[in-house]
Structures are given as C-alpha cells and as structure tokens.
Write a protein that binds this ligand. Sequence first.
Ligand code: SAM
Length: 388
Amino acid sequence: MKLISNIVKRLQRRFFDTVTSGNLVYNTCWEDPRIDRELLNLNSSSKILMLTSAGDNALDYLLDDVRHIQCVDINPTQNALLELKKAIFKNGNYALLWDFFGKGRKTGAELIYRQQLRQFLPKQARKFWDKNIHNFSPTATKDSFYFSGTSGKVARTVFNQIHRKGLMQAVNNLLAADSLEEQAYYFHDIEPQLWNPFSEWLIRRHATMAMLGVPASQRKMIEQQYEDGLLEFIRKSLHQVFTELPIKDNYFWRVYLTGHYTPNCCPNYLREDYFQILRKRIHRIKTQTSSLLEALQKSNETYSHYVLLDHQDWMTFTQPDQLTNQWRQILNHAQSDARILFRSAMPEPDFLPDFVFDNIRFHPELTESLHKKDRVGTYESTHLATVL
Ligand SMILES: C[S@@+](CC[C@H](N)C(=O)[O-])C[C@H]1O[C@@H](n2cnc3c(N)ncnc32)[C@H](O)[C@@H]1O
C-alpha cells in the first residue's frame, strides 16, 4: 500500500513539475501588493530580489522609485510575460497596455507584436511569444488572455459554469456592490449554486490544482488544517473575500470571474496616471530564469528586500536541503536590516530551518492585522522578517 502511495506521489510531483515548468501558469499575480507596500517600506535605495510570477507586483514596487528589482523565476514563461509588459512600456503606449493587459484582448495582436514589441524581447521571451501571442487575439471561444495559460483555463471553466447557470448578472451585481451588506446579499444567492458534484470533483483533482499552481505539498498543508481539506478551505476563503472585505477594488477576483479589469479595479501598473512614471523606470527591472538558490549562488549583489511569495511551500516536504541552502544564501546576500516577505498555506513558518530563527526577527504585530485585509484571501499567513 505504501509503495503504491509513493508511486502516486512521485507521479503527481512529476505532473506538477511538467505543468509548471513549460506552461504559463500565472497570467496575473496572486499576491496583494497593497499589503506588501505597508510592510516593505520601499524607497530609492531599495534593491529587491523577488520571484517573478506574472510580474505585476514588481511593476507595482517600481512606483516607489526603487533602485533595482531582480525578478527570478524557474519557469521561463513567467519571465516572458513580464518581458512582454516591459516591452509595451518601452515601445507601446497606454492604450496598447490597457488593451493587452486591462481588457486582455487586442484585435491584430500578432501584427502589433511583430512590428512594435518583438524586438524589445530577450531571445527566450521571443520564442515563447512567437507561439503564444495569439492568446491576446479574441476568438469566438476565448475572448481574453486571462482565460489562457493553465490557471486561465481553470478560470474559463468556472466562467463557463457561471454562464451556464445564468449567474453572470448576479456576479456583476456582487462585484459592483457598494457595501458589505449588499455583497453578502448577492453572495448568499450565488454561493449554494457554486457547489455541486462537478465543482467538487474539479477541486479534488490533482490536475486542477497543478494547473492553478498548487503543488501536492501545499494541498497537504491545507489538509492538515481542514477536516474537509481543500473544499472547506476554498469555501472559507470565498466567504471571507466576498463578504468580509470590500469587493469593489478586488481586481484579483474580478479578472478571473469576468476575464478583464476595469479602469477603477485593476493593478496599479495598469493605471493611466502611472504609465509615464513606469516607462522611465522600467529598465530597473531585470528578469532571470533560474531557481532562486542558483540565482543567489551566482550573484555578487546584496539586497535590501526579498519577496519570496509562497514558493517555500513548494519546497517544504520535497526539497528541504535546497530550502536550507537557499536561506544560507538569502542571509549571505542580505544588507543590514534587510526585509523578507513571504506568504504560506501554513499558519506558522515552522518549515524554516532552525538556524534561520537565530538570524531574523518576525513582525507579527505588523502582519497579523494586515493579513486579514488581504484581497486575495487564499493564504493562511503573511510573514515579514528583518535580518538581525
Ligand atoms: C510560488 S509561485 C506562487 C504564485 C504567487 N503566489 C503569485 O503571486 O502569483 C510564484 C512563482 O514562483 C516560481 N517558483 C517556484 N519555486 C521556485 C524556485 N525555487 N525558484 C524560482 N522560482 C520558483 C514559479 O514558477 C511561479 O512562477
């Protein structure tokens, strides 16, 4: 029995690695930079090392006039996405940025790409977009870039279900609600219809979670805390996001429920007022395709800030040695008082190697209250540490 369970685990891990190494998984960032900004205290001397994901949060931090942002991702497609955004800042205009990444579609995207953007991309990004730029061209079955990529395909399935059940008007009412009372009213109408044998089957599948970028280790963390596992966790998260926090500016859920942003509900990098500022500073963001550990091993730089997202959850059970080495490197490359920000599916960062706790100080007095305001709402905890 144990043998079979080990084989299943190995296959699940291989499947996850395959999905997340060659496909665009995150077409938008899934962490709330409004919370990050409160915690990071960025300024013109800040040098940040962070994971790329979709690059939105790096663009957000650039608004604080930081000196340098090194974006590292093991998945080359994630860096290709940030490079495409950079290319639009370099050689496009605001209308083009909004069409591509606000609306998620642009008729003639292929032509614009070839004429205006391709030459600004590094080779690896060019290779990816040569084959995938069509994802911005609207078609009868897919009218948004945000319904492409692996997480986008899951979003599309949910979107189709919402349509099929005639819930789109109720969802739009919910997203436009002016008060928590109004939100709760619409959400309670929608909620019972979200749960059915199909949605429960979809959530329980390892493949669905791999497409959303949730590895088995993170599922295990959730299952350790919730009796009914992922289903209970997702129910709780949805309830919190839609009934306890204002939804009007929650661009994270809006884009997956509708396929696009609106001018008043979008990431900061898509706001017209910021376009020229970001254009001037865009050269300060660099991308690098590598594991974080390798990037640090090869680097002679020191950093004032690290933004690790939730990627340590990916390593906890499967790569503990790498996690240990990574922390040695993080500390070696840290400037004095460097700030380290990360999120997790675990309530406490018990998974960190022991020596780390002797070298950093956590700030629950700052993170605990802010975590409750997180618009994404799918993490169990947010942690800020300063290097001693
Ligand atoms: C951990 S994921 C989580 C997504 C995230 N919560 C967000 O904001 O979208 C973020 C990115 O980290 C990358 N990643 C995971 N482990 C990594 C590692 N050891 N080194 C570099 N990148 C890694 C993934 O490819 C992914 O694009």
